[in-house]
Design a protein around this ligand. Structure first.
Ligand SMILES: Cc1cc2nc3c(=O)[nH]c(=O)nc-3n(C[C@H](O)[C@H](O)[C@H](O)COP(=O)(O)O)c2cc1C
Length: 155
């Protein structure tokens, strides 16, 4: 079976955000999706070549000061033009850990990925407010849904 590559680009500066990243990876890495291989990277460690090699992507960030983390913004700053023209249609989704809002980050990610012409294949997961274990469950489902779509050749 040909392997498809799912790239998880997750900024995880706290124990809770590490849980979210690991939950996405656990959902996506379930054994039934045996045609899907995962790459889990910090935005700081993600290069354009990683995106060009990916068949789908899930982004994860905190909301800081009403916007995505500097880490994810740095990823876009470095990768936007090298990926533009070459990654159009990339299936993707994202999750946001927001202490109390999340709208600025959601809007910003949607604006940038509209510019890249990436294809949102799952509603973003916004983990808003005080920590709840259900956030991790939602992230597991996010990972599983995107991996299932790749595995089934739907994307
Ligand atoms: C400097 C700073 C700015 C923040 N700004 C926002 C913000 O604008 N909107 C928001 O929803 N949360 C904001 N937060 C909260 C973070 O999103 C939250 O601390 C982060 O996602 C980590 O969550 P955790 O405490 O569950 O690990 C901010 C946190 C810090 C440290």
């Amino acid at each position: 079976m040909p392997q498809k590559r799912l790239l998880i680009i997750a900024h995880a500066p706290s124990a809770n955000t590490m849980r979210l990243r690991d939950a996405v990876a656990a959902g996506a890495g379930a054994p039934e999706f045996d045609t899907v291989e995962l790459a889990v990277l910090s935005p700081f460690d993600t290069a354009p070549a990683d995106v060009l090699a990916a068949d789908a992507a899930i982004l994860g960030t905190t909301e800081n000061l009403g916007y995505m983390s500097g880490a994810l913004k740095d990823f876009f700053d470095r990768c936007y033009y090298p990926c533009l023209e070459k990654t159009q249609g990339l299936p993707f989704s994202f999750y946001v850990r927001a202490g109390h809002d999340g709208t600025g980050t959601t809007r910003a990610i949607k604006t940038i990925t509209t510019g890249l012409r990436w294809r949102l294949v799952h509603e973003p997961v916004i983990c808003r407010g005080g920590w709840q274990d259900s956030f991790a469950d939602e992230c597991t489902k996010l990972g599983a849904t995107v991996a299932a779509g790749l595995d089934a050749g739907i994307f």
